[in-house]
Design a protein around this ligand. Structure first.
Ligand code: D8T
Ligand code: MG
Length: 421
């Protein structure tokens, strides 16, 4: 990358001091098999750098190239304090803007700049955001097995280890089921025997929750992820069938292509609707909140462009009575997970945080990775995100094609037609 500042991308105001951005680069690493993309922004002050999450695991090469070739050079020579201006400049300068690739790249630099801001101030990012309104973020883990019995057992183990909330998914015939193992050849007489059958899913899912309430009791918070493959009416039928089990939320009932119909789903649903992890447009997220499409907004913070746009959406939620439940499974880096927690503990809109127990290798590559304590995620107390990246170790875990993408490619109905995965 050229180290020469581009005159056009510099601020038209004098910087307060001599600090400057000197380098921007992506680091891709897969310590638990999931390719994670992190951006490192270096400055003219020795030892002062920031890390940001740019993970779009299904298209990680494209994000890395966007950072390396397009976004990074725009930042050289800028003072790292101008986060708002820099991110607007990056966003608008491509003219055709947004989308998950460019927004993930933008998120990487944005979060890295917040990390630098925290390090300069000697404050964790949550203090820069105005300080805490709660001590920690309550979280949930996933239970998902081939049978109802095994799923309940997994849930029991999660609850026994200190969590109060658990997401339940149960397997079904075929390979297209989300969040739990299926079985090949589930529909032997069909054109595509590994297919996924919506009627079977609509029949099985309420049974899982009926059994869960019976065996887990009334106390645990329960949630379920449809993974975006129902019609509006099917979603309402499912939501009504789940009413007796008092879910914390029903997630992604319909595909993002039909989000303008989410208000209908929400209107007809007796359980809270959570959606938004697939959004890569701030404007679309605003519409979702403004038009009554969600009880809980579920951002993948890097796909909307980072902390800067996310905190504005948080404010919108807070001011309009909508909750937040950020996306954070294995395909968010520990830096992104820390950004989630910073938002969680600084807004009254927060409801619940998706949690993931990172493999030991992830903790080694990213010292400071937040671990839940009794099911709560506490923000790090160190300046910035409080998370580092051991690049030598990261290089020992080269990325390969992500399994999620290969799974998604064969989600079809038994008749062979592709489903939104
Ligand atoms: O809510 C969730 O954790 C899932 O929807 C995953 O994010 C999705 O499979 C992509 O990794
Ligand atoms: Mg989901």
């Amino acid at each position: 990358m050229s180290v020469l500042p581009l005159p056009e991308t510099q601020a038209p105001w004098p910087a307060r001091d001599a600090l400057r951005i000197t380098a921007v680069r992506p680091i891709v690493t897969a310590p638990e098999g999931v390719p994670l993309v992190v951006v490192r922004v270096d400055t003219s002050e020795p030892g002062l750098y920031g890390l940001g999450c740019a993970t779009f695991t299904q298209r990680f090469h494209a994000v890395a190239a966007a950072v390396e070739q397009h976004v990074g050079p725009l930042l050289i020579g800028r003072h790292p304090a101008d986060i708002e201006d820099i991110t607007r400049m990056v966003h608008f300068s491509s003219y055709w803007r947004g989308g998950p690739v460019l927004n993930s790249a933008l998120s990487g630099v944005d979060q890295a700049l917040w990390d630098i801001a925290g390090k300069r101030a000697g404050m964790p990012v949550y203090e820069l955001l105005g300080g805490r309104v709660r001590a920690a973020a309550d979280t949930y883990l996933h239970a998902g097995a081939a049978t109802v019995e095994e799923t309940i057992e997994e849930a029991q183990a999660i609850l026994a280890s200190g969590y109060r909330n658990v997401r339940l998914q149960v397997g079904a015939p075929g390979l297209g089921h989300y969040g739990s193992p299926g079985s090949p050849g589930g529909y032997p007489g069909s054109p595509y025997p590994d297919g996924w059958d919506v009627q079977r899913y609509l029949r099985d899912t309420p049974g899982l929750f009926e059994r869960a309430r019976r065996e887990l009791g009334e106390e645990p918070g329960l949630m379920h992820d449809v993974h975006s493959r129902l019609t509006v009416k099917q979603a309402i039928v499912l939501a009504r069938a789940l009413e007796p089990y008092r879910l914390v939320f029903l997630e992604d009932p319909i595909a993002p292509e039909f989000y303008d119909r989410l208000p209908e789903v929400r209107e007809g649903s007796p359980v809270p609707i959570a959606a938004g992890e697939q959004l890569s447009s701030v404007t679309d997220a605003v519409r979702l909140v403004r038009d009554g499409g969600v009880d809980l907004l579920r951002l993948h913070v890097s796909s909307v462009g980072g902390l800067t746009p996310a905190r504005k959406l948080v404010a919108l939620c807070e001011l309009t009575g909508v909750g937040t439940a950020w996306h954070s499974p294995a395909d968010v880096s520990p830096v992104g997970a820390a950004a989630n927690v910073a938002l969680d503990v600084t807004t009254a809109a927060f409801q619940i945080q998706e949690g993931h127990l990172y493999a030991e290798a992830v903790h080694e590559v990213f010292p400071g990775t937040i671990s839940p304590v009794n099911g709560y995620l506490y923000p790090n107390q160190e300046p910035g995100w409080g998370i580092d990246l051991d690049e030598d170790l990261a290089a020992k875990y080269p990325p390969t094609a992500h399994l999620h993408e290969r799974w998604a490619a064969r989600v079809r109905r038994p008749d062979g037609g592709i489903e939104a995965p």
